[in-house]
Design a protein around this ligand. Sequence first.
Ligand code: AMP
Ligand code: GLY
Length: 417
Amino acid sequence: MNILVVGGGGREHAICLALKSSPRVTKLYCAPGNGGISQIAECLPIMAVDVEGVTRFALENAIDYVVVASDDPLAAGMTDVLEDAGLRVFGPRRNAAEIESSKVFAKRLMKKYGIPTARYETFSLPEEAIAYIGRTGAPIVVKADGLALGKGAVVAETEDDARAAVRMMMEDMKFGDSGARVVIEEYMEGRELTILAFTDGKTVVPMLSSHDHKRVFDGDRGPNTGGMGAVCPSPRSSPELERLCMDTIFVPTVEALRAEGRVFKGVLYFELMLTPSGPKVIEYNARFGDPEAQAVLPLLETDLLDIMESVTDERLAEVDIRWKPGASCVVVMASGGYPVEYEKGKKIEGLDSLPPGIAVYHAGTKYKDGAFYTNGGRVLGVTATDITLGGAIENAYAGVRGIAWDGAHYRTDIGRI
Ligand code: AMP
Ligand code: GLY
């Protein structure tokens, strides 16, 4: 089969690598891909958000299956356009992907169907949002309604910080139209847990649990990023907890979407807060997490293409999804200054002399004349597996220590807190 993966980060590298091992894949393309992906797939000069460009390429090049892996094209309705052109696709249609692309929609859905989440109010006017903050006090959480590269949520410790976040989103329009509406919600106490699940709109199959580390610096300090590392399975989870989440969150969410006429087919990402009163949804995503995919997929034993096609064909219940024993850890290496300002084009050293058993997923790299150069904020996800989580963490850091470029930085406590 000819497969086209849409996206160009570490997650897409992990997806491409998993698909590559399927005996049914003959040719793999990625739009636009990156330096690392170019070593295992043909990268196309088509941006992930270019719905028309991707559709045209797929139709003209006998693509049998398109995997829309990243959030922006899903929010833009790429799946709808591809399916309407007669192509087979993995990834939800636009009306279902709205569970990620509009926090207002997601919060209303949870309220309507009794799915546990933080209490909230929605605002379209900054002065009303600011008056509300004065009534509730801090800590409180201010979120842009739309997509914002994982940076659209501000956990404000003080009322001043909360007001500043409202002004930044609604007046300075820091996230463009994504901040035209904001959700202000109750601060939830607890540890975070991620569970990704395959769903065909009827059956839900959770993957192994994971958790990522969003703050840029050790000890969970500094601003939020897209994610600085992840481990799988998460020691924060347990079979009892996962059964509870299945009954109170996973199944009710998929059923709620179906009841609303928005059948969700793809990967549904549940970001959970383990509060003293039980697990609650922080947010949903309509795709694999990044970097969670880089931690979870190396432990998947079943052919990823088989699973994806069963989702598309609504026969997920027939597939036996198996996992390898052990654990994995991914440590993200980022450009100096990320997530604020950073330079690109630094030569990356050490990639060809890594210890065995290390998989390096490229997030933001460029390949030129036999060498890799940095080309984004998050640059590499260095991943290792082992029979124990401690071993996986140790192995991943052994890999990290062998890689260098000017300004590279990474957290040293991934999976340890
Ligand atoms: P989000 O963009 O919704 O995933 O939020 C980003 C991060 O902000 C989450 O990973 C949490 O660490 C934090 N966060 C979001 N909502 C809340 C909340 N209601 N209470 C506490 N922390 C939150
Ligand atoms: N790791 C967070 C995300 O993929 O949104």
